[in-house]
Design a binder for this molecule. Structure first.
Ligand SMILES: Nc1ncnc2c1ncn2[C@@H]1O[C@H](COP(=O)(O)OP(=O)(O)OP(=O)(O)O)[C@@H](O)[C@H]1O
Length: 888
């Protein structure tokens, strides 16, 4: 029977513990993959699949990537949702006298990437842990590259929203029953989900003290929030098990309260294209793209966080606004800060590397160069004629001691690799200086000896040479050997055809010094660098504080620059619920078409008589743009940013909900209509009086009557039961009747001008309802074949004839619904009137089929739900049509 080769045996031994990862098996200058791993990798990486003798009948499928360029391949696998287990030699072959011992040294997954070139520096690289205990959920997450932890406790029903807010790259969780829920959100947000990761959760808290001091953990009072404690334990166990090379401490754990931030649900985030576009998932075209004028990667990440977690505290928002205002109004301040920030490296990530002992000499110099800029920034802030900005200097420790330590010790351009030497300045350490002198003076010393020996022996042609076999030697030609006396201390080493080679003790001694000097320098430099690194690491808290302040200043400056360049205004924030925007613009659309081409619009909503705006208007008129603009302006104000408007009075809202456009991409196997209804259901269940709700064409994904009645009932429900500020765009013009029936609902429409057969979009929102959709006009603009347009116009005319019946049916159903729900006397009277009108119209018609007439009479609308009523009437109407009768 054939047997696996020892190496393949080793491969399987290792692989069995890492079944969910692609094993990168290091063989010399390559990482090789075998069997299933090779098949997957060759497909994803588009590399050739070959075969390797594995001892069995069939050759093992195999592919490989060069070790030195492996990062790009690893990155591609991770992007495609795989984990990579790096398997290296862990013991010397000669030590084990057999097969080289290999093991997995690290697992690289989306949340544990540390390599610079695998990271998107402007994104937070969060690894999240979820611990569910009854209804309580402990959440903790870390950016491994900065070592910053965050933790909180939430209710289970807020879990999905919290994940959407944090946008982690990877999730582990203790409760397998969460899988279905998590799977959905992870697909939508491209999050790597570690299924069956409950294995990492234990009650053993030792792991906490491996990374943090006992005192530090005690101060967090985790015993009061056990769910948070266990989520941290799971997270740290995962890091410990997968990042085997990490030995150093991780950094801070910040406890946060998710209630301090506005809740933006997953759909709204996607719909409003906050950080990436809906379709192409690109940053370009998103709100972030417009706002991001940051100069540092730290600032870029913080800005993203601000957008994802808007504030709901008036004072905190105003604090940001005041700071931004000062920078916006001060050109020199703004430009000077930007200039200094441009030269600052990603200090947060450098700190992460410092903590993981991964910082190289060049990066240490980058850290110094960044620190060098701090006094300049401090001076700019101090000398600015400002009230608030000046205070930021409190977070700017100049870190002089660290600057001097690095500046005195490290070369201006040290090598990147620690083991290559060429790191430490000679002036920093006497030993380095002597060794360097020895190494550079080596040739000079040898030359001196050569001259001295020439004189001593009288042999003019005596020379000192060097070869790899026995180092430095003295060479004397055979002719001279006969003629001159050879000193006693010369030791014969080699005979050539016309010369003899000798060595002396002195020569060997110097040789050793010269040759060892290089090695010794490298060893000493390594030792000194580690010492410097440790000294800098002891100050990591101070450096991180500075990094945070720099990131803060960077974001403020970015927002000030955007406000200045795009002509934004400072919103005033209120808690009275009044939303009043004059000449508001859509920040992203105007950045594409230019401010001068964008038609600004007002909005006024409150918690009283202007609660709900029903927006009608032709296709393409700008309804969606208008509604998105209102929510984006509101969101921007909550971030603390200026807003694209002439003036804006913005109330604090607890949540912004949007149902905009068909989020087909979000459907994941459900029908578009089902997704729409799920989203609306989520909104109706979670919106409060203080929320802002944007609904775009709700109900359009089903039959007209079903859609209309749903839309109607939804608006009624929001008005009566929730009372939140709402904008509702619709093509159901019947909904404009709501204005007369309910206090709080107002009609708006987007103005168009008709010119002959054409329409001109004015993009101006005005009071009142529109009575046409101009859908066929828009289709004409889209260049639909003339025949189709012509036929559509004919059909439209036919349909419009029947419209009066439709309208009556709708209002009857709606009134029925109201009366059954609130027993309103007046409405009941109205209902009877409507019913009589309808009967009258139908009696005048020339329907001869008695059965249909009877059916109409027997219809007990009062006891039906609006949808049932409408469907029933709709069926009757169809029957009438099918027998070819004209109803009226
Ligand atoms: N205020 C505005 N100023 C200038 N251009 C605008 C404005 N509003 C919208 N637009 C332009 O009009 C286009 C159509 O707008 P939008 O999608 O909002 O229309 P809509 O009324 O929602 O259409 P539909 O009913 O077909 O969904 C946008 O892509 C945008 O370029």
């Amino acid at each position: 029977m054939k047997k696996l080769t020892p190496m393949m045996k080793q491969y399987f031994e290792i692989k069995k513990n890492y079944e969910d990862s692609i094993l990168f098996f290091r063989l010399g200058d390559f990482y090789e993959m075998f069997f299933e791993d090779a098949i997957v990798a060759s497909r994803v990486l588009e590399i050739a699949l070959t075969g390797k003798n594995c001892g069995l009948e069939e050759r093992a499928p195999m592919c490989g990537v060069p070790y030195h360029s492996s990062n790009s391949y690893i990155s591609k696998l991770i992007e495609n949702g795989y984990k990579v287990a790096i398997c290296e030699q862990v013991e010397d072959a000669s030590a084990s006298k057999g097969l080289v011992k290999r093991d997995v040294v690290r697992i690289i997954s989306p949340g544990t990437v540390m390599e610079e070139n695998l990271l998107d520096n402007k994104k937070n690289n969060y690894l999240m842990s979820i611990y569910v205990d009854n209804n309580k959920v402990g959440i903790s997450y870390v950016d491994i590259t900065t070592g910053d932890f965050y933790a909180t406790s939430i209710e289970e029903n807020n879990l999905v929203e919290e994940i959407a807010k944090i946008q982690p790259k990877e999730i582990i969780y203790n409760d397998n029953s969460l899988s279905e829920k998590l799977e959905k959100i992870s697909i939508l947000n491209n999050i790597f989900l570690n299924k069956e990761s409950n294995y990492y959760y234990s009650l053993d808290e030792d792991i906490l003290y491996k990374y943090f001091s006992k005192e530090y953990i005690e101060n967090l009072r985790l015993s009061d929030i056990l769910e948070v404690k266990y989520s941290l334990i799971g997270l740290l166990n995962y890091i410990f098990n997968t990042q085997k090379q990490i030995t150093s401490n991780l950094n801070n754990i910040s406890m946060y309260n998710s209630k301090d931030y506005m809740s933006i649900d997953m759909f709204t985030r996607v719909n409003l294209e906050l950080t990436e576009t809906l379709r192409s998932k690109q940053k370009k075209g998103s709100l972030l793209y417009v706002l991001d004028k940051t100069n540092t990667a730290m600032g870029g990440r913080l800005l993203r966080k601000w957008i994802e977690q808007p504030l709901i505290n008036k004072e905190k928002i105003e604090e940001r606004l005041n700071l931004i205002e000062e920078i916006k109004d001060n050109f020199t301040l703004r430009e000077d800060i930007c200039e200094e920030l441009k030269n600052i490296y990603d200090i947060e990530r450098l700190c992460g590397k410092l903590a993981f002992e991964k910082i190289n000499p060049k990066e240490m110099v980058s850290l110094k160069e960044s620190i060098e800029k701090i006094p300049n920034i401090k001076n700019i802030l101090l000398n600015s004629d400002t009230k608030y900005i000046k205070n930021l200097i409190n977070g700017l420790d100049e870190l002089k001691d660290i600057y001097l330590l690095i500046d005195n010790s490290l070369l201006e351009e040290p090598s990147i690799t620690l083991k290559d030497g060429n790191i430490i300045k000679s002036s920093f350490d006497e030993r380095i200086k002597t060794l360097r002198e020895l190494s550079t003076n080596g040739t000079y010393l040898i030359k001196n000896i050569e001259n001295r020996e020439k004189e001593r022996t009288g042999i003019k042609s005596l020379k000192i040479g060097f070869n790899k076999v026995f180092g430095y030697y003295i060479e004397i030609t055979k002719a001279n050997l006969k003629q001159f006396e050879i000193p006693n201390n010369y030791i014969r080493k080699q005979t050539l055809s016309n010369a003899e080679r000798f060595i002396t003790d002195e020569l060997k001694e110097i040789e050793e010094k010269i040759l060892n000097a290089e090695e010794k320098i490298k060893d000493l430099e390594y030792e000194l660098f580690v010492d410097i690194r440790n000294k800098v690491y002891k100050n990591i808290d101070r450096i991180q504080k500075v990094a945070k302040t720099i990131a803060y200043i960077d974001v403020l400056t970015s927002l000030a620059k955007v406000a200045y360049e795009n002509n934004y205004c400072k919103p005033s924030i209120n808690t009275s619920g009044e939303l009043n925007i004059i000449d508001g613009r859509h920040p992203v659309v105007e950045s594409i078409i230019g401010e001068e081409n964008f038609v600004p619009n007002d909005i006024k909503l409150n918690t009283g008589d202007f609660k709900i705006g029903i927006i009608t208007g032709p296709n393409m008129a700008g309804k969606s743009t208008y509604m998105r603009q209102v929510s984006l302006i509101s969101l921007l104000a909550h971030i603390g940013s200026f807003v694209p408007a002439e003036s804006a009075d913005i109330p604090i809202v607890d949540r912004i909900f949007t149902r905009v456009g068909a989020s087909d991409d979000l459907s994941q196997g459900q029908s578009t209509f089902m997704v729409e209804m799920t989203e609306v259901s989520h909104i109706l269940k979670n919106a409060t009086k203080n929320s802002l709700v944007i609904l775009d064409e709700i109900g359009r994904g089903t039959s007209t009557f079903d859609g209309l009645s749903l839309a109607w009932a939804i608006v009624e429900y929001i008005n009566e039961k929730i009372g939140c500020k709402t904008l509702f765009a619709t093509h159901y013009h019947e909904l404009t009747e709501l204005e007369d029936k309910f206090k709080g609902i107002k009609n708006y429409c987007v103005a168009v001008e008709e010119r002959g057969e054409d329409i001109i979009f004015l993009r101006k929102i005005i009071r009142g309802g529109a009575d046409q959709s101009y859908g066929i006009h828009v289709a004409k603009l889209a260049d639909l074949p003339f025949e189709v347009i012509k036929r559509a116009n004919e059909i439209l005319k036919d349909l419009e004839k029947n419209d009066i019946v439709n309208k009556n049916i709708c209002s009857e159903a709606a009134i029925t619904y109201q009366s059954s729900s609130n027993e309103n006397k007046e409405l009941k009277q109205e209902l009877v009137k409507e019913k009589n009108d309808l009967d009258e119209q139908l009696s005048f018609s020339n329907i001869e089929k008695e059965s249909i007439l009877k059916e109409i009479k027997l219809l007990n609308i009062i006891n039906m739900t609006p949808i049932e009523a409408m469907n029933a009437l709709y069926n009757i109407q169809n029957k009438v049509k099918s027998i070819g009768d004209d109803v009226l």
